[in-house]
Every structure is written in structure tokens, then in C-alpha cells.
Design a protein around this ligand. Structure first.
Ligand code: ADP
Ligand code: MG
Length: 236
């Protein structure tokens, strides 16, 4: 059965795009047919991490009614289907987010797992992505502002009736000022399904436009993301 997972956080910069891209590739490494879509249509950067920048037709062309979704799907690392949103401001201006719902349904039908990289905040694209998805993964950092924003996102997700798969705590460096995993679970009332450490390999891989799990598979963050992927699909 096909499943769509929205990756969101409320707060900006928590690592949604990093997790979405690498989780998609990690799941493909386990043999799953996966697509990853950039729902951050204003500040698209999934394509940069996946090494697919500058594609002529993108999600924003589809949302503007100027192209068919099939023209905006590109094959990325490990055969992951990538739907970039494109960096053109002009195209973003013409895009109609209301069309996102139908687009998500069409892609959902093509793969086993669809990962949706959401924008920060709780704007239209995030709400459409979460209500269209089967489940939400909330990406947090171990700090109170991130947890506070995640709480709002979780409340909205419950109201929309979408399952909350769990939280991923990203950029953990075990400093004394950080919130503990236990404290995060208690505050959010959500299970932590993965802990990804602060890891300089993340930025290095991004600079090369290659997903971390491909470029530095043995790095601590890549290993953590592979573990999350394994857990999601029930691989021991
Ligand atoms: P978001 O999509 O939530 O805005 P990004 O995935 O774009 O967040 O990440 C924001 C920044 O943090 C990027 O520069 C990224 O390379 C960096 N980053 C994300 N996760 C980690 C990590 N585990 N270790 C180090 N840097 C990270
Ligand atoms: Mg992002």
C-alpha cells in the first residue's frame, strides 16, 4: 500500500529538507519505490541537496497550470523520483497552491512511499500536505523554541485527523543546555523515532549536491537516518 509522509516542523531551519531528502534515498536503498516532493514552493531547496538544480519544468509550473506533473518528475540518486519546486520567483508567483492536493494524489499513485518536504510555518502548503498525507514526521531540534513550534504543528495535525508517526530530533550534540529526548517526548506527547547528531558531513554533502547517505554513508548522521528508514519499513 502506498503511504505519503509529510515532513514538517513549524520552525524554520530544523533540518526538514535534509531529513526528507536523505530519508527518501535511505528508503530507496532498502529497495522501496520512493518519491520526494518539495512543498516548500517559495524557498525550494530540495533540488540542491538532490543534485537536480536548474530543471526546466518544476512543481511550480504544474501548480501554475503550465505543465503536467509527469513533466516535473526527475530521477535522482538511488532511483528516487524527485519533484523539485524550482527557484524562479516569477514561477512561484504564478503557482496556485490549491492544486497541490491533486498533484500529491497523482504522485502517491506512482510509488510505494511519498515523502513531502514541507515549508516552515503552518501556511497553506503545509496544511494541504499534512491533510493529504497518511502520516506526519515532525523534525525538531533539542531547544525550546523548536519544541514550542512543533507543539502547534502537532495540535493542527491532530485536528486535521492525520496520524503522527513520531518526531525526529535533529542536530543533537549532547550539550548540557539541550533538552533531553525524554523531556522532548514528554512535552510533545509524541514518540521520538530517531535522533540525528550534529554532523559537519551534512553541510559538506549539501555543498556537493549529493545526499549525505550517498556521499558519506558511514557518517554518524547518515547512519542515524538509515536506522530511521529501517525502523519505518520494519527492517531489523
Ligand atoms: P529546513 O528544511 O528545516 O529549513 P535544512 O534541512 O535546510 O532545514 O537545514 C538547515 C541547515 O542546517 C542546512 O545548512 C543544513 O546543512 C544544516 N543541517 C541540518 N541538519 C544538520 C545536522 N544534523 N548536522 C549539521 N548540520 C545540519
Ligand atoms: Mg527546507
Amino acid at each position: 500500500m502506498a503511504i505519503a509522509i509529510a515532513i514538517a516542523s513549524g520552525k524554520g531551519g530544523t533540518g526538514k529538507t535534509t531529513i526528507a531528502a536523505n530519508l527518501a534515498v535511505a528508503l530507496a536503498k532498502f529497495g522501496k519505490k520512493v518519491a520526494v516532493l518539495d512543498a516548500d514552493i517559495a524557498m525550494a531547496n530540495l533540488e540542491l541537496i538532490m543534485g537536480l538544480e536548474g530543471k526546466p519544468i518544476t512543481l511550480n509550473d504544474v501548480l501554475a497550470g503550465k505543465a503536467d506533473i509527469r513533466e516535473a518528475i526527475y530521477k535522482g540518486p538511488e532511483g528516487v523520483l524527485v519533484i523539485p519546486a524550482g527557484v524562479s520567483l516569477e514561477k512561484f508567483r504564478r503557482a496556485n497552491p490549491e492544486k497541490l492536493k491533486d498533484v500529491l494524489k497523482e504522485i502517491h499513485d506512482l510509488v510505494e512511499i511519498l515523502i513531502i518536504d514541507c515549508p516552515a510555518g503552518i501556511g497553506k502548503e503545509t496544511l494541504i500536505a499534512i491533510s493529504s498525507a497518511d502520516g506526519l514526521i515532525v523534525v525538531v531540534n533539542p531547544e525550546i523554541s523548536s519544541i514550542s513550534d512543533a507543539l502547534k504543528l502537532i495540535a493542527i495535525t491532530k485536528r486535521l485527523g492525520t496520524e503522527i508517526i513520531g518526531a525526529i530530533v535533529n542536530r543533537v550534540s549532547n550539550e548540557s543546555t539541550e533538552l533531553s529526548i525524554k523531556a522532548i517526548e514528554t512535552i510533545l506527547e509524541v514518540k521520538v523515532i530517531g535522533v540525528v547528531p550534529e554532523d559537519p558531513h551534512v553541510r559538506k554533502a549539501a555543498a556537493f549536491g549529493t545526499p549525505l547517505v550517498v556521499m558519506y554513508p558511514d557518517s554518524p548522521a547518515a547512519q542515524a537516518i538509515m536506522e530511521i528508514a529501517a525502523k519505518l519499513i520494519g527492517v531489523e
